[in-house]
Design a protein around this ligand. Sequence first.
Ligand code: GDP
Ligand code: MN
Length: 403
Amino acid sequence: MDIHEYQAKSILANFGVAIPRGGLAYSPEQAAYRAREIGGSKWVVKAQVHTGGRGKVGGVKVCEDEEQVFEAANQMFGKRLVTEQTGPDGKFIYRVYVEGAVNIEREIYLAFVLDRKTERIMVVASASGGMEIEEISESHPESIVRSIVEPAAGILDFQAREIAFKLGIASAQIPETVETIKGCYNAFRELDATMVEINPLVVTGEGAIIALDAKMTFDDNALFRHPDISELRDKSQEDLRESQAADRGLSYVALDGQIGCIVNGAGLAMATMDIIEVAGGQPANFLDIGGGASPERVAKAFNLVMADKNVKAILVNIFAGINRCDWVAEGIVQALENNPVDVPVIVRLAGTKVEEGRKILASSGLPIIRAGTLAEAAERSVEAWKNSTKSNPQAQTLQELAS
Ligand code: GDP
Ligand code: MN
């Protein structure tokens, strides 16, 4: 789960990381009021959206008076910010964060990630932070500082100092930098984060070390231990389909092809997507109904996939071990009877109670295309998509599902 910059900053501040003075605003008036509250003569208005790269596309504006703050906020509210990371739809801006501007002398990159190879938290840092970090890591990979943290000991002072030295921090600022590095690490560990990124961490003209930007991502599987973090979830920043699936206990990944896929198990999902590609199509999504899915859950899965306007055919591929083919079949029939669909439905069932499942489908009187093997199912799906000219009339129901 991702959170907003202002939320990450407030968390990190509790762990001893210095941040600029700032305030959240839901309207241009409130943004101007925040600027007055903060004081000083220069402010930065920052769109709060779950993405980086805001600075390059007008999502971060430096302002010199209250009118400019009002204007900058006014420009942002109600728009979708499209950055290199968001995809073409962008992300909706409905809050901005106003901060007192900082006099930047140097920009540093500091991040904490999970290194899967060593199974440790790794510090990744660079003396050249700021907006061009991706290019720097490609053109000068040797300039990136990496340091693995031993979990039993946690991050030790000498280790944090070594990182600071490698970043070329002056001796006067070493203690503050060490506090920042340790604070980020402790926040990562205590709150079950999977990523903490500060870009840039700045050395100010006055010699202070301040986190000018902050990003945190949390492990979804550990959120039950942190109800206060779970509360920070902002569904407006998520893919609507994925968050609705999550709310129904289904795992949904939105893609951009034509064939909707309902499967059980991530491995089978991968195989299904591969074989669709081999047959000449592209998956529109994959929806994993998991083990032991009830007919009701299958029906919900169906409605969710149908809400995607790109879906021109639906492939249901179930290998029932814990699941039961008759339940899945019942779910399919239930979904199609309550909510008839206008795109071809292809079903391949295998495993537990497969005969019963096939009988339910056959006797339903519904125009379901049945396939024996996975390859056949994929071919039939692609064929059906290519022959179908109708668009999906169920597409509008996505907004209804949301309400
Ligand atoms: P991002 O583009 O989404 O990563 O947003 P950032 O918060 O990192 O801001 C982008 C850039 O705006 C930073 O790299 C800074 O160069 C600039 N910026 C942000 N805050 C300030 C500030 O207080 N003063 C000045 N001079 N520049 C700032
Ligand atoms: Mn940044």
